[in-house]
Write a protein that binds this ligand. Structure first.
Ligand code: SF4
Ligand code: SF4
Length: 285
């Protein structure tokens, strides 16, 4: 039985509602590829950039157990095993395979995964059966015309779709997937990358829609201008705060996101042990 939303607000740092959480997570970078084309996404393998989509290496599911074991020795606050890339967790089978191993060897850890949601309807039952406790879906728009400005295309069932056609499939699958997975008892968080001039006037609509679909908490992440959106501005603190206030009318809002790497380890925003564990593993290869 998955841990409840109420329990997650105390035990998972990314569900803490008031003050910043003091629990930690280990991100296991087992998912190398993606099936959609976010225009702000710049996935990299390196050890110096502090942002989502970056990891110092990609590991195999069988290597994740050792990484968890070492991480728990270094940071006793870790309560969560999470997978957030560097690509999408459902584009390959590695994330769910890893969680099945974690479930057996570390039954007390909260199992948390993030996805773009394209494959959620078809993977919902497997996610529930695997015992995922919390799932984050990144929904950057619920209107195809807005989504198409943020995402170049999708690869779905062997076909490459672009523009609003891609956006319609993506949004439909995200919302249907959120409904199915939340009905199965998994707590849903939705992330939105806030892009001024594109989806900044659309936040209320996203918050209302995903809350109705079954999401419990909402995380608005300021854009890091890069890749095809390099010319856009990052939102100001005032813009982020306004967006959060609008969303809060419909859904709880998480305010302490640190925009972590896909291989981050420790309490978000504090000392990161990722380098110690993953770089050491590379140097041993
Ligand atoms: Fe990048 Fe994530 Fe978007 Fe895939 S879903 S393109 S990994 S930001
Ligand atoms: Fe939590 Fe935000 Fe870091 Fe994800 S990026 S682990 S939601 S703090």
């Amino acid at each position: 039985m998955a841990i409840s939303y109420q329990q997650l607000t105390n035990k998972h740092p990314c569900f803490a509602l008031d003050k910043k959480g003091q629990t930690g997570r280990i991100h296991l970078p087992v998912s190398p590829t993606c099936n959609i084309e976010c225009k702000f996404c710049d996935r990299r393998i390196n050890d110096y950039e502090n942002r989502p989509g970056v990891a110092s290496t990609v590991i195999k599911p069988s290597e994740a157990l050792d990484a968890v074991r070492e991480a728990l020795k270094l940071c006793e606050n870790i309560t969560v095993a999470g997978i957030a890339g560097p690509g999408d967790t459902l584009a390959t089978g590695y994330a769910l395979e890893t969680f099945r191993l974690i479930k057996t060897d570390f039954p007390d850890l909260i199992k948390c995964m993030s996805t773009n949601g394209l494959l959620l309807p078809e993977k919902a039952d497997e996610i529930i059966e695997t015992g995922i406790d919390s799932l984050t879906v990144t929904v950057n728009a619920v209107e195809p015309e807005i989504s198409a400005q943020l995402n170049g295309g999708i690869l779905y069932q062997g076909v490459h779709y672009t523009g609003t056609e891609a956006a319609e499939i993506l949004i439909e699958n995200q919302l249907e997937g959120i409904k199915r997975v939340s009905r199965g008892g998994v707590t849903l968080k939705v992330n939105t990358v806030l892009v001024p001039g594109i989806n900044s006037g659309h936040i209320e609509e996203i918050a209302r829609t995903v809350s109705k679909a079954g999401a419990s908490i909402y995380n608005i992440i300021p854009l890091i201008p890069q890749h095809e959106l390099a010319a856009c501005h990052a939102p100001s603190c005032v813009q982020v705060d306004e967006a959060r206030q609008k969303a809060e009318k419909y859904i709880d809002v998480f305010r302490h996101c640190q925009r972590c790497r896909a291989d981050a380890i420790g309490i978000p925003g504090e000392k990161d042990y990722g380098e110690q564990i993953y770089l050491k593993r590379i140097s041993h290869e």
